[in-house]
Design a protein around this ligand. Structure first.
Ligand SMILES: C[S@@+](CC[C@H](N)C(=O)[O-])C[C@H]1O[C@@H](n2cnc3c(N)ncnc32)[C@H](O)[C@@H]1O
Ligand SMILES: Nc1nc2[nH]cc(C(=O)O)c2c(=O)[nH]1
Ligand code: SF4
Ligand SMILES: [Mg+2]
Length: 200
């Protein structure tokens, strides 16, 4: 009996530059899923929480309807690991795409999904725990953030980004100071380039 194709609740998709982390500056198409298991107080994408506003799309619809001019695809959210991404990644790979995922690190990411790049951003609401392997870590530097929360050994050197929270100067100063104070950690400053450029 034919299995129903898996469907994903898509909040939005758009092409921009990757504004965050290791691949910053690359042209990329973003596929944003709806729903999240956390509620970060400063989340800049709270509009993605509402599943009622999402369009449920199967893999074929996503592939056929979303324009993907670049090789780089970012599956983000909301929280993408709430869904089985295996079939979507497989279809994107068939079209030669490089698939990155942005996750809050609360769930495992099965190797079988075949994701090419995992950006994990551990969160205060989850005690900064990390349940998946990661290619880079991104910590939003809010008032509560401490360098002790960094899971330094989870990624190679130079892959830990201290991301300025909501563009706040105090957060930028705190991130800068931490980078200077802990040179042995090779921390990197994360500024959301798309917010500087005022693009999506
Ligand atoms: C909207 S989240 C979606 C993916 C996933 N839920 C996560 O948190 O990684 C994408 C990225 O934006 C970051 N982010 C969210 N709100 C932010 C804010 N106000 N300032 C800076 N970064 C923010 C998150 O930490 C994460 O790295
Ligand atoms: N340009 C741009 N880069 C991004 N990198 C991660 C984003 C996200 O919301 O996951 C994001 C985003 O929303 N826009
Ligand atoms: S985990 Fe990500 S999407 Fe969820 S509330 Fe936090 S920043 Fe927003
Ligand atoms: Mg964003």
């Amino acid at each position: 009996m034919n299995k129903e194709p898996i469907r994903y609740p898509i909040t939005e998709s758009f092409t921009s530059i990757q504004g965050e982390g290791f691949h910053s500056g690359k042209g990329a198409t973003f596929i944003r899923v709806a729903g999240c298991n956390l509620r970060c107080p400063w989340c800049d994408t709270a509009y993605s929480f509402d599943l009622a506003k999402a369009r449920w799309m199967n893999t074929k619809e996503i592939i056929n309807e979303i324009k993907m001019p670049h090789q780089h695809i970012v599956i983000t959210g909301g929280e993408p690991t709430l869904y089985d991404l295996g079939s979507l990644v497989q279809e994107l790979h068939k079209r030669g795409k490089y698939v990155a995922v942005e996750t809050n690190g609360t769930n495992p990411v099965p190797d079988e999904w075949g994701i090419d790049w995992i950006t994990a951003s551990p969160k205060p609401g989850n005690e900064y725990a990390l349940a998946c392997r990661a290619d880079e870590l991104k910590y939003v530097v809010d008032d509560k953030f401490k360098v002790e929360y960094i899971n330094q050994r989870a990624v190679p050197e130079g892959r830990v980004f201290l991301q300025v929270e909501s563009g706040r100067p105090e957060s930028a100063q705190k991130a800068y100071d931490l980078i200077q104070h802990y040179p042995e950690r090779c921390l990197r400053l994360g500024i959301q380039l798309h917010k500087v450029l005022k693009v999506r």
